[in-house]
Design a protein around this ligand. Sequence first.
Ligand SMILES: [Zn+2]
Length: 191
Amino acid sequence: MMLDCIFPFIKQDVMNRRDVVLLCYIRKARRVFSYHERPEEIGIDRIKIAIEQEHRDDGAMFISVYINGSNMPEILDVEAFFAIKQQNGLVPLFTCGCGDFDCGGYYVNVSCTDTALVLHNSYHRFNRTLQSQFEYHLDWQEVRGVAEEILVYLQEIHKRNPQAYVTTGHGGENLLNRVPDYLESSILVIP
Ligand SMILES: [Zn+2]
């Protein structure tokens, strides 16, 4: 249909120019089709995090997630994030700042491809009904980068304050005790 749109503007006697224009449109169309067939290979969605700590070197930690510059509601559940490769399906990936998933968390439909971590829609914490629609394809290199950023942050707290008790939001177990397991996490292994 794009071709129909442009043909009236092309003089029929200028064959070369018409052929060039036609080729451009075929190339563009191919790109569009390949995007829809294999979106996981595009890897265009960008993830970034911001880490905040209630008290320096101790206590509640809040990790905000930004995808393509937009802030995902609530905070990242660190434990769920490091286990993400083992849990396809609905993952309680974001939790309330108080640390209680039942208070304001939500599920994200997660799947893993060879090239990307796919986040598809959010679902209500109680009845798992659709909450908001999105589809993000995150490059594994970037996801691993986020995991490493969190690990380095936790390790540095531990270095400065070995007695620290650091939690996702205001609740839960001490994340510093989980670091040895996180270091073994398959999220750090790029396929
Ligand atoms: Zn809360």
